[in-house]
Design a protein around this ligand. Sequence first.
Ligand SMILES: Nc1ncnc2c1ncn2[C@@H]1O[C@H](COP(=O)(O)OP(=O)(O)OP(=O)(O)O)[C@@H](O)[C@H]1O
Ligand SMILES: [Mg+2]
Length: 283
Amino acid sequence: MTDDTRSTGADEVLAVDIVGLTKEFGGLKAVVDITIKVPKQRVHGILGPNGAGKTTVLNMISGFIRADSGSISVFGEDVTRTRPFDIARKGVARTYQNIRLFPGLTVLETVIAGAYMQRTSTIAGAILFSPAERRERKAARERAAELLDMVGCRAPHGSLAETLSYGDQRRVEIARALATDPRILLLDEPTAGMNDAESEQIGQLLVQLKDLGHTLILIEHNMRLVEEFCETVSVMNSGALLAEGAPTWCLEQDDVKEAYFGKRSDAARIATLRRVRRDLGGS
Ligand SMILES: Nc1ncnc2c1ncn2[C@@H]1O[C@H](COP(=O)(O)OP(=O)(O)OP(=O)(O)O)[C@@H](O)[C@H]1O
Ligand SMILES: [Mg+2]
């Protein structure tokens, strides 16, 4: 089922072009023949109930899991069999559903660590602590502070990242991803553990990043946020694509409501779905 109000033109540059993607885990069909086309500078949501296969799709885009069949291209380049590090170098950064911060690093160090791929000074320069190295370190610190400010992290930069609130840890993770200067940012439930006001700030950040030229693909259970900030969505259920197009249109489709609520779905319940942040059984 497709709402083609925001369909992609044939000559449009696709940031991410997924065609017929399939992944099984020991007989369990986690992702079945999924096709998702995301033009550049788009905020695209991936929706679906628990176990729908959303994270598996993100894991395949970032190369963490290899697809059984189908293809993934990033800005026209096939990355279906490319390793995660090389996909990251092509400008794809991500955050995780279960936050993954480096233990023992401060907030600032965590974000600086994200920028290591952009380093230009040599190892000899680093050992000798050359002026170029010093300049680069200073620039990395300043950039990291800028990014932390941008994502709305108000925690002291010297505190250990792992000790922050859930919301701040997610913000630090986004800042770390941005430090790699990505063209595409993949966010797996970026507002999990945040209240409405905090979630709204993340929504505003998505728009800001889009305006800066980034393409954003996010998995999100907060339907209000999805309707407000996602331009298009793909809705999955049991590994398959259920609907795609404008979020409001998709959420009105009977089989989307049914996927979330079962056969007894009704208008009141989908309205609740749009109000409630995480009560959909999000993990
Ligand atoms: N590495 C794995 N090995 C085996 N099964 C897996 C693996 N990863 C995911 N699965 C299974 O694949 C299915 C899809 O999982 P996935 O994590 O992609 O769902 P999801 O849509 O992200 O769900 P949630 O909203 O709960 O995060 C689930 O049944 C899950 O148990
Ligand atoms: Mg998931």
